[in-house]
Design a protein. Structure first.
Length: 179
């Protein structure tokens, strides 16, 4: 595998973090289905351009390749990213980041059970660290604590309007009085 292939997941996560911060700064909440649509369309355009540039834009003939594509679309895209945006909308950035701590442990356990990958002492230590982080963040959330916003101002309260967005009586306030 070429070295640059290892940057693709990093760039994907970087884009997801940037989108999360942009969404949290938005004056109007973005519906999870809209965020997922933008994600899917952007990904389709980028990967189509990359496939055309590499000369590999022909659809696969193997039915197993289509099964893998279906798996990725349904579980990873709709399940993973759809759930990400839904949790972001309902629980905020802290809730999403708490769940992100669980990605590595779940992957390690899944790999050990499904593929027989080794689950040694370093893996168990990493699992313990991740679970401790989740408990610490969850304990703070149980007491009603909120982390301060990135700009140093107090964290925003829930800005979900009582009326559906778009109804004549709905006003969407600026985030915590921010301009």
């Amino acid at each position: 595998m070429p070295w640059w292939a290892y940057t693709v997941p990093f760039l994907g996560m970087l884009a997801l973090v940037a989108a999360t911060f942009l969404e949290s700064r938005s004056r109007r909440p973005v519906a999870p289905r809209v965020a997922l649509t933008v994600h899917c369309c952007t990904s389709a355009v980028i990967f189509t351009v990359l496939a055309l540039a590499a000369g590999a834009a022909a659809p696969p003939a193997d039915p197993m390749a289509w099964a893998a594509i279906g798996w990725i679309v349904v579980l990873s895209t709709f399940g993973g990213y759809g759930l990400y945006w839904l949790v972001l909308r309902r629980s905020g950035v802290v809730g999403v980041n708490t769940l992100m701590f669980l990605i590595a442990p779940v992957t390690a356990v899944w790999g050990a059970l499904m593929y027989g990958e080794p689950f040694g002492l370093p893996t168990a230590a990493g699992l313990a660290i991740a679970l401790t982080a989740v408990l610490i963040v969850g304990h703070g959330a149980d007491r009603g604590e909120r982390a301060p916003a990135a700009d140093g101002l107090p964290a925003c309260p829930d800005l979900t309007p009582a009326e559906p967005v778009g109804s004549p009586r709905t006003t969407v306030p600026a985030p915590c009085g921010r301009p």
